[in-house]
Design a protein around this ligand. Structure first.
Ligand code: ZN
Length: 470
């Protein structure tokens, strides 16, 4: 069974066949670090994080690059408003972005190249496009002449007439035609600039991506991802630049685009406004809950963010986490109590859940359907746990959550428990039991209260005391 991907370029579900056998070159447009990241950015980046992780799970060797635009109009405008130099803005917001995306287990990117580190490749591409007659210089600016590239619009299915009408709004006397786009922008006072054959200036936005990907991947590669709103003009311009320069098509074999995350402006309550910024959301919610909300939708589907849908998703994730914790506790309890009820049904359901997960993920990474099978398994496990299961069955069941959780980036905190913490907790629980046997309730209550203060909940169950992090 092959992995199938929905290719925006062809508008078809296609068998995934990388250009170089097992090697996959994948590029995704990063978030320009001029401001805080929000939940919409996280939806896109986590969507591609799951795709990279699943392809690796499937045995592909994925080289995943996400660019950092460290010079552009947004950064320059923000720098003018705030008085903070562009490089300082980049350092601040990119560091925050890495921290926040890291908290959400977004950890599959291999290289984060910066536009300003690829100035040589950018200049070479601009020069090449002028030599081939696709670009022209005008007062220190260089433009790509869209009319010279008949395929322009093939990704977004736009026709040139419509583009010309749309572009006429911004009149620029340096351009030969309104739809032409900048490859190089002449220096303006007080703005960052670099030397070029056309005088000092800075690169246009679209050229940095093709300069980087050609440097790392060569003239053609496998996957280009990004948010749907980047399809036009950004991704369209990338195709024009690359294919005009090399004469090879397709520049990118599979174009993948994520659905947007919408917040209804009018309905957006104050709490959602705070929640929108990732930094604030992370202060209020477990990162696992936020990640689950985003991966519990197919990456191409839009999400309408509402408090109700978020709360519902949170409860769903907590049910799955509870199953993981129930299994972990039952495995530990096995050491004290050897009831042995091997359950072939559960082992069969565990195997089938992995099969279903792979089937759905092979089908254009359908995380939502894959997760629905995890819910079904959880219901079966929680029923079976009431009669007790063998250690082997329990471990097989838990491994499903580990395997699927690894790809989707879920249950990490619960599954990566520290041996030292486990040992210390076991010791404290024993001390508390001893105190209770000796009717020393002052000590036993203090142990429970102190643990509660650091977010650890102690419960007395039929099978003995158990603890979990809140
Ligand atoms: Zn880009």
């Amino acid at each position: 069974m092959a992995v199938k991907v929905y290719n925006t370029l062809t508008r078809k579900l296609e068998d995934f066949e990388p250009i170089h056998g097992n090697r996959v070159n994948m590029f995704v447009c990063g978030v320009t670090p001029y401001d805080h990241t929000h939940l919409g950015h996280a939806k896109t980046l986590i969507g591609f994080d799951v795709i990279a992780k699943y392809l690796r799970y499937r045995g592909y060797s994925v080289l995943y690059i996400q660019n950092v635009t460290d010079v552009d109009d947004n950064l320059i405008n923000r720098s003018k408003q705030s008085g903070v130099p562009v490089p300082d803005l980049v350092e601040k917001f990119f560091a925050l972005q890495l921290e926040e995306m890291g908290a959400l287990n977004m950890d599959s990117v291999n290289i984060y190249p910066r536009a300003t580190e690829h100035m040589k490749e950018i200049l070479d591409q601009v020069k090449g496009l002028i030599e081939k007659g696709y670009a022209y210089e005008s007062n220190g600016n260089v433009y790509f002449e869209v009319g010279k590239f008949p395929d322009f619009g093939k990704l977004s299915k736009q026709v040139l007439d419509k583009l010309q009408a749309g572009a006429r709004v911004e009149v620029d006397e340096n351009k030969r035609n309104p739809e032409d786009f900048a490859l190089w922008k002449a220096e303006k006072p007080g703005e960052p600039s670099w030397d070029s054959p056309w005088g000092r200036g800075r690169p246009g936005w679209h050229i940095e991506d093709t300069a980087m990907t050609m440097a790392y991947f060569g003239e053609q590669y496998d996957i280009h991802g990004g948010a749907t709103e980047l399809m036009f003009p950004h991704h369209e311009a990338e195709i024009a630049q690359a294919e005009a320069l090399t004469g090879k098509e397709p520049f990118v074999k599979y174009w993948l685009h994520t659905g947007v995350l919408n917040v209804d402006g009018e309905k957006m309550s104050k709490s959602l406004k705070n929640f929108w910024r990732l930094q604030d959301a992370l202060e209020e919610y477990d990162p696992g809950v936020i990640r689950f909300y985003l991966v519990n939708a197919h990456y191409r589907s839009p999400i309408e963010l509402t408090e109700e849908s978020f709360e519902e998703s949170k409860q769903g994730y907590e049910r799955l986490v509870e199953t993981v914790q129930n299994l972990q506790f039952a495995i530990k309890a096995q050491a004290r109590d050897d009831r042995t009820e091997r359950d072939d049904e559960i082992e069969k359901s565990a195997r089938e859940t992995i099969q279903k997960f792979e089937e759905w993920m092979d089908n254009d990474f359908n995380t939502r359907e894959a997760i629905s099978h995890l819910f079904m398994l959880s219901t079966k496990i929680n029923t079976a746990l009431k009669k007790g299961l063998t250690k082997e069955t329990l471990e097989k069941a838990l491994s499903v959550y580990d395997t699927i959780g690894d790809v989707l980036g879920l249950f990490r905190k619960e599954l990566e428990q520290d041996m030292v913490v486990d040992g210390l907790m076991e010791f404290l629980v024993e001390m508390r039991e001893k105190a209770r046997e000796e009717k020393n309730f002052e000590v036993s209550d203090e142990i429970r209260d102190r643990l509660a203060k650091i977010g650890i909940l102690l419960e007395d169950t039929q099978d003995g005391p158990r603890w979990k992090r809140r």
